[in-house]
Ligand binder design. Structure first.
Ligand code: ZN
Length: 168
């Protein structure tokens, strides 16, 4: 809703308008691909990249993830002040931990959980593509990508967001 209001002032043609809405708020996700996602409410695939479904407070500029409608966690603004934005997943690894044993039998270990400070603002925690931390260090550049998710028996394969060390 807010993105539509924001672009209505620009005088763009209807085609330009749809593109602008998609760029600003992800309301029209024509650019998203057809892969089935484990959490389509949290991220969207766009070719080789993945973007997080975040939000920006138009009152104070605070960018947050995930989207919610309770209010800005910084200034408390609500309603139309909260604008949907898609966030690039480029960021810097700020900490990580290797899990060698998981209580769920269907989750293969070891795996690495990383904490990523996104260039777009929020800090997120996610599974890393790397199965061990040999190539990881605090401060390395990382980016999100869609990775095949472990499938339950008989279930269709899905894709989940994982972070990986960026090619340098
Ligand atoms: Zn705010």
């Amino acid at each position: 809703m807010q993105a539509t209001v924001a672009t209505a002032r620009c005088g763009a043609t209807s085609t330009e308008h749809v593109t602008a809405v998609r760029r600003i708020g992800g309301i029209v996700n024509e650019a998203s691909d057809k892969r089935e996602l484990s959490h389509p409410d949290l991220y969207v695939g766009r070719g080789d990249t993945v973007e997080l479904l975040g939000m920006r407070c138009s009152a104070c500029g605070h960018v947050a993830f995930p989207r919610q409608r309770y209010g800005c966690e910084k200034c408390g603004a609500t309603g139309a002040a909260l604008v949907d934005v898609d966030l690039a997943t480029d960021g810097t690894l700020s900490s990580f931990a290797t899990v060698y044993m998981h209580q769920a039998k269907n989750i293969a270990a070891p795996f690495v959980i990383g904490e990523v400070e996104l260039d777009a603002g929020p800090t997120v925690r996610a599974t890393m593509v790397e199965a061990n931390d040999a190539a990881l260090a605090v401060g390395v550049r990382v980016a999100g990508r869609l990775h095949p998710a472990p499938a339950a028996d008989g279930a269709a394969a899905k894709f989940e967001l994982r972070f990986a060390k960026a090619a340098s």
